[in-house]
Design a protein around this ligand. Structure first.
Ligand SMILES: Cc1cc2nc3c(=O)[nH]c(=O)nc-3n(C[C@H](O)[C@H](O)[C@H](O)COP(=O)(O)O)c2cc1C
Length: 182
């Protein structure tokens, strides 16, 4: 059995990106995988200080919840990354998480084992094209710097409705199909 970690970065509980991630997880679980959800909003995470301590010491100097999260990412087999689109970009919570992955690039390069499958989900009000760019970029970062293997992206427009994804059978089915690729 493979273990997958779903990263939820929206500050809203029960939000569209989480609903879609749960459907991706359902598809992945149908294939015998186990999915664990991590909500960035529940963690104490500080922004990267750009001190470059990690470049000599292979770990982050900051003593917060990133070490445990990074340790579980090292051990897992796949990632479901999610973010809402805020002003055309991933949200601040996602950016903090992503920047802190910089500490996984040590003196000998990435210290995250390569080959993890990655799915990125971005939800937005209406800017579907910007969301696609961001979802592709989330996958790109994992691939380029950590040897991740992107297996797909999913973008969803909520048109201002927090519960839009749960009412949209098409996106839920698409998400489950994506999850079955894990
Ligand atoms: C601060 C802020 C900025 C936003 N900026 C955009 C935007 O640039 N384009 C867009 O289409 N939607 C924008 N939205 C709407 C959210 O992306 C949208 O509601 C998304 O589905 C939220 O995801 P969630 O339900 O997972 O929290 C913004 C929302 C907030 C709170």
């Amino acid at each position: 059995m493979s273990e997958i970690i779903a990263i939820i970065s929206s500050p809203r509980t029960g939000c569209n990106s989480e609903t879609i991630a749960r459907a991706v997880a359902e598809g992945a679980e149908e294939k015998g995988n186990k999915v664990r959800f991590v909500h960035i909003k529940d963690l104490a995470l500080n922004p990267c200080k750009a001190c470059n301590y990690c470049k000599k010491n292979d770990r982050c100097i900051l003593k917060d919840d990133i070490s445990e999260l990074i340790e579980s990412i090292r051990k897992c087999d796949g990632l479901i990354l999610t973010s809402p689109l805020y002003f055309g970009q991933t949200c601040a919570q996602y950016r903090v998480f992503e920047d802190r992955l910089y500490s996984c690039i040590g003196p000998k390069g990435s210290n995250i084992p390569a080959g993890k499958k990655v799915v990125s989900v971005v939800t937005c009000g209406s800017d579907g094209e910007d969301s696609q760019v961001q979802a592709d970029h989330m996958n790109h970062v994992l691939k380029k710097y950590f040897g991740g293997v992107p297996i797909g992206t999913l973008v969803f427009k909520d048109m201002g409705d927090k519960d839009a994804a749960s009412k949209d059978c098409e996106v839920i089915e698409k998400a489950k199909a994506l999850g079955r690729k894990f």
